[in-house]
Design a protein around this ligand. Structure first.
Ligand code: OAD
Length: 235
């Protein structure tokens, strides 16, 4: 199928997408925020107060990421590309969509396998080892995790809004939809679009969008392959 004839499909993914790969979600029972305080590891103030602790938290996440693999859900989304013009807008900081083979991924909340300079905002580099306080950019600025912390601006938001507005199909996967502005993206879906929400324990989507959203309740790794096959059949 010619790229220009393809319908536009956006996937809005959250932590549940990677749960079956072995990455803990944030707010489920035994989720990351049960064991760690957001105020201690995921705000700019936390970094100012105790950068070593913040680095330690993200170093652990980064090391774990090197030992997990994409699951059947990530792989199924790649198959969509043969019939749809697909963009993945993810809240996840892992790289499992890319490793599965998805070609168009926008990370709203940053990327674990990158760090950036506190002095030169555009200095962003790949990083797979533990980050220490001694690691600096060429200008001598400290390096920090390339993560959008609570209270920081989500710079990708405008792009994400346009992608959702233009989409013919919106597929929400594995998010509790409590963290804004990401959770508000769905409200930009066009009235003509088809909206699906795959989640083990789906949240309530308020407003008219909620009324026309098709909800599939269960694990993404099991449900996405059949949903993808169905969407491809209808394309
Ligand atoms: P949450 O932990 O808030 O929500 C995870 C969602 O995944 C819940 O709705 C679960 O029901 C669902 N879930 C769990 N296992 C699943 C599975 N196998 N298949 C399908 N669904 C499953 O994670 P997010 O909504 O992604 O931000 O959290 C949003 C943001 O809050 C994150 O990006 C992170 C966090 O704090 C930052 O750190 C900036």
């Amino acid at each position: 199928m010619n790229q220009r004839n393809k319908k536009k499909l956006v996937v809005l993914s959250g932590a549940g997408m990677s749960a079956e790969s072995g990455i803990r979600t944030f707010r489920d029972h035994d989720g990351l925020w049960e064991g760690f305080s957001i105020d201690e590891v995921a705000t700019h103030e936390a970094w100012e107060r105790n950068p070593m602790l913040v680095n330690q938290f993200y170093n652990q996440r980064r090391q774990q990421l090197l030992h997990v693999e994409p699951n059947a859900g990530h792989h199924a989304l790649v198959d969509l590309e043969s019939h749809f013009d697909v963009t993945i807008v993810t809240q996840n900081v892992d790289d499992l969509h890319e490793r599965a083979g998805s070609s168009n991924v926008l990370h709203l909340h940053g990327e674990l396998r990158k760090v950036r300079s506190t002095k030169l905002p555009t200095y962003i580099i790949d990083w797979d080892k533990p980050l220490t306080l001694e690691d600096k950019c060429p200008e001598g600025g400290m390096l920090r995790p390339h993560i959008v912390w609570f209270g920081e601006e989500v710079t990708m938001m405008d792009r994400a809004v346009r992608i959702v507005e233009d989409a013919d199909v919106v597929l929400i996967v594995g998010t509790s939809m409590v963290v804004y502005p990401a959770a508000g993206l769905i409200q930009f879906a066009s009235r003509a679009s088809m909206v699906y929400y795959v989640d083990k324990n789906p949240a309530t989507i308020h407003g008219p969008i909620g009324n026309r959203t098709k909800i599939l309740s269960g694990p993404a790794g099991s449900l996405l392959p059949s949903l993808v096959a169905q969407l491809i059949n209808q394309a």
